[in-house]
Write a protein that binds this ligand. Structure first.
Ligand code: HEC
Length: 140
């Protein structure tokens, strides 16, 4: 219900601003189903998979295996050599912290060694996080 109200509200705001055509795709995005988010997230993960695995006991590549990351401290895989900034960050991974990290890792934790510019589109980040949540929880 809250979501519907938000959608209606933002539509009204955009309509008031005179930009109704731009409101259409934004609305469609907000209503993307879980299945669509997962499908899209899987596609976005192509950006990460040269460096990360997601499954339980998956190997580390250039970056650490990400299994079980939600709710765990950044830098907590014992056998991966993290940078000191990640290890000492005190960050707990959640949809919110991940969202910030993925916009531009270099700005979020300066000095980290993940050579990745960031995921530019907010909708891509949202889809990716939905996908990661599912894939890093489930044992495959
Ligand atoms: C070029 C290789 C590379 C790519 C591409 C890459 N990463 Fe990383 N990632 C790393 C490295 C290296 C680290 C460790 C950073 C450090 O210790 O400073 C890391 C760390 C992380 C961490 C923290 C893990 C932990 O255990 O605390 C997350 C989360 C993460 N990456 C997610 C992603 C996602 C999601 C993508 C795709 C959008 C991605 N990375 C793309 C190399 C990469």
């Amino acid at each position: 219900m809250k979501r519907i109200l938000t959608a209606v509200f933002s539509f009204a705001a955009l309509a008031a601003a005179g930009s109704i055509p731009a409101a259409a795709p934004a609305l469609a995005q907000e209503e993307m189903s879980e299945a669509d988010l997962l499908k899209r997230g899987k596609r976005v993960f192509v950006l990460c998979r040269s460096c990360h695995t997601l499954e339980s006991e998956g190997r580390h590549k250039v970056g650490p295996n990400l299994h079980g990351m939600f709710g765990s401290n950044a830098g907590s895989k014992d056998d991966f050599r993290y940078s000191d900034v990640v290890k000492g960050s005190g960050i707990v991974w959640s949809a919110e912290t991940l969202e910030e990290w993925l916009v531009k890792p270099k700005d979020f934790l300066p000095g980290n060694k993940m050579a990745f510019a960031g995921v530019r589109k907010e909708s891509d980040r949202k889809a990716l996080i939905t996908y990661l949540k599912k894939e890093t929880l489930q044992d495959r």
